[in-house]
Design a protein around this ligand. Structure first.
Ligand code: M6R
Length: 360
């Protein structure tokens, strides 16, 4: 049941530390500074020269986040909407690994992309929460994210567990491909292990709830970011639309001035996810919207450095740069939850939506 929570969504947001402990359990070896995935013996990814992520919705955003982590480790990776995979029809080399990222393992679009890759002779991997799901059974291999059952239609804890699972996959794959170990391996792996505690700190913070009510009368909520911050901006906007029924949109911070800036007014608060990737450039984008009268809310671990360009700040604890946006995402989950709750929405079962979309 929901226990002391009014909604499964809030319960699942709060379960993230425990879910991540399960995701990480036995997989990060701090002593030898490496990741160990029980499913994959040494050399399992030796031949892989490119990764195609196929996914939908929140799982697609996890793939967009992960793409950057793979690139940082020298692994060519692309993220596709599963429903677009057939149309875009990317060439598939014999050493391309198609990775289906799917919480349920039953999403029709994702299964169809997976089957397409397999049909072309490609190797496949399912990254999923459900042992025994169709994706897990059909793919050559499966990596389980171990987040525990998710009931709320809005995906929350599974996003965090997907990103962390994919982060570990990137490390394992880099090792098999003979990449140099990360220069910051000890600090990164420690930060991964400490992530459940960092999320616990975020969950104790009430700023997202305060901000949700401060901007409740807005015409639209905009989310901007760069790199992993863009992935999380996309996820923040999806969650906001899905459960508040209000308009929300995400932009790569640098794209604002190429069109969307025309929409920006005092009635469109702009949430900036500061991921540590070229933040100075994002400050510039924040100034652009501020000078058009839009309220600017920063998600950051360094509030003092943005006070000049913000009306409000949502602060996160410090962590490794690659994981910062994951903490910002938890704040955005809380923002959407409280915004939807203020409006009295059917948070666990938003209109028109199903937990698992089994038609193409
Ligand atoms: O089970 P999957 O991860 O394959 O589901 C993909 C999407 O349908 C899902 O993430 C959807 O976008 C969520 N309702 C978002 O909160």
């Amino acid at each position: 049941g929901k226990g002391r929570y009014n909604h499964y969504m809030l319960k699942e947001i709060n379960e993230q530390p425990e879910a991540l402990r399960q995701t990480l359990n036995g997989r990060v070896d701090l002593e030898n500074e490496r990741v160990e995935l029980e499913e994959f013996p040494e050399g399992a990814f030796e031949g892989v020269d490119e990764v195609h992520f196929v996914a939908c919705g929140t799982s697609y955003h996890a793939a967009v986040y992960a793409r950057q982590l793979f690139h940082d480790r020298g692994i060519p990776a692309q993220a596709f909407f599963a429903s677009e995979y057939a149309t875009i029809n990317p060439p598939l080399g014999e050493n391309t690994l198609t990775v289906a990222v799917t919480q349920s393992g039953e999403t029709a679009d994702t299964l169809s992309a997976l089957r397409r890759a397999a049909g072309k002779g490609g190797r496949t991997l399912a990254v999923t929460n459900v042992v025994g799901s169709t994706a897990a059974r059909e793919a050559d291999d499966a990596l389980f994210i171990r987040a525990g059952p998710e009931i709320g239609v809005a995906a929350t804890k599974t996003f965090s567990s997907q990103v962390v699972s994919l982060a570990m996959l990137a490390e394992r794959m880099a090792e098999d491909r003979g990449a140099e170990p990360r220069a910051d391996a000890a600090r990164y792996l420690q930060a991964l292990s400490d992530l459940p505690d960092a999320i616990e700190q975020v969950l104790g913070d009430t700023s997202a709830e305060r901000v949700a009510s401060a901007y409740a009368d807005s015409l639209s909520h905009f989310f901007i970011g760069r790199g992993t911050g863009h992935a999380v901006a996309l996820e923040g906007a999806l969650k906001f639309k899905e459960i508040t029924y209000e308009h929300a949109e995400a932009f790569a911070a640098g794209e604002l001035k190429h069109g969307p800036l025309a929409l920006v007014t005092s009635e469109t608060p702009v949430f900036a996810v500061l991921s540590g990737d070229y933040d100075e450039k994002t400050y510039g984008n924040m100034e652009e919207v501020k000078s058009r009268g839009a309220p600017v809310i920063a998600l950051t671990d360094a509030p003092e450095s943005v006070s000049r360009v913000t009306d409000d700040v949502i602060t996160m604890p410090e962590t490794h740069e690659d994981l910062k946006s994951l903490l910002a995402n938890v704040q955005l989950q809380l923002l959407s939850y409280h915004a939807a709750s203020l409006r009295g929405r059917a948070i666990d079962k938003p209109r028109n939506l199903a937990k698992s979309v089994t038609v193409e």
